[in-house]
Write a protein that binds this ligand. Structure first.
Ligand code: AMP
Length: 302
């Protein structure tokens, strides 16, 4: 089992879906990621929160064994995101993004954290992602996620960090936007030319696609009857994906393919409730049962 370092947002989210509302609840890309990854491996979190961040949220992460020595409490307010979903739950509409303490966060990684062999640059400002990547001893695998907010607002910085990572995990619409190409397969191939060796495109209820030189792989999403709040699905997917790879300690095709299924399994739990509520009660045997159900789901040569 190898260490996995993540940098990304730790947030207070206000979300409304057709099925309910949640105000100022625990969220953030690095939060969902680290919580999901903690089911598989040792996770180290690098982020910042404001003085208004409830102590119980930090306790929740620590209780999962997540190393929070890189989680800095800064003067000011915690990052906030306000979003809404219509009946098409695949697309979040951002109503407000307040960077707050992230606006001038400059992490200084302690020596031990720099040596983590697996790195995930979760969705946050690309300059911050690059800053963390540059401080690391070259990891075995560096992966990155991003979103429309940064593709539009910080394209140059994003292209720079993208040229230095091994894997990009990205939403379908954001892959198209980044590549400026409407066809998903062409978009994924165009993104490969920007640097990463592997691109994993998350397609919400339609599953996920992986494209890398010489490989193409597709999985459906786990078919759920009750999707309550899709917030964090992408980050949870990434947490399952990277957590599984770090636990195996190798990055070969069989491992990457199984990691995509574990990512899909973890994401399928997150969307069953608001915030991290479903993950909080999740047991490892439930993860394994859903993984086994996935194998049945896609077996056609019977
Ligand atoms: P997703 O997995 O794509 O649903 O990510 C949702 C999470 O991303 C929410 O918990 C938000 O707090 C966080 N988020 C939203 N916008 C940003 C942003 N611009 N930078 C970093 N994190 C964000």
């Amino acid at each position: 089992m190898a260490d996995l370092l993540v940098v990304g947002s730790v947030a207070l989210d206000s979300v409304s879906t057709p099925f309910g509302k949640a105000r100022e609840v625990l969220g953030g890309s690095a939060t969902y990621f680290s919580y999901a990854a903690s089911f598989f491996t040792n996770v180290r979190l690098v982020a910042t929160v404001g003085e208004d961040f409830p102590a119980e949220h930090i306790a929740l992460l620590k209780d999962r064994g997540i190393d929070t020595t890189g989680l800095q409490v800064s003067r000011g307010r915690t990052f906030r995101w306000v979003g809404e979903y219509g009946y098409d739950l695949n697309e979040a509409k951002t109503l407000d993004t307040q960077l707050n303490v992230f606006a001038d966060f400059k992490p200084m990684l302690p020596g031990a954290l720099k040596k983590s062999p697996f790195l995930f640059l979760a969705n946050i400002a690309p300059e911050l992602q690059l800053d963390v990547l540059r401080q690391m001893d070259r990891p075995l695998l560096a992966a990155l996620d991003t979103m429309n907010f940064w593709i539009q607002g910080k394209r140059e910085a994003l292209l720079r960090v993208l040229s230095e990572v091994d894997v990009l995990l990205i939403n379908e619409s954001e892959a198209r936007q980044l590549a400026r190409e409407p066809n998903l397969i062409k978009a994924a191939r165009a993104v490969l030319k920007l640097g990463p060796r592997t691109v994993v495109v998350k397609r919400g209820e339609y599953g996920a696609v992986m494209v890398s030189n010489g490989h193409f792989f597709f999985v459906p999403a786990y078919p759920l009857e009750s999707v309550f709040d899709p917030t964090g699905a992408g980050d949870t997917f990434a947490g399952g994906f990277m957590g599984y790879i770090a636990a195996q300690g190798v990055v070969d095709q069989p491992t990457v393919r199984r990691a995509i299924v574990y990512g899909s399994v973890m994401a399928s739990f997150t969307v069953e409730d608001f915030s991290l509520n479903r993950l909080k009660t999740l047991q490892p045997d439930e993860v394994e049962r859903r993984y086994a159900a996935f194998q049945d789901l896609v077996r056609f040569d019977i």
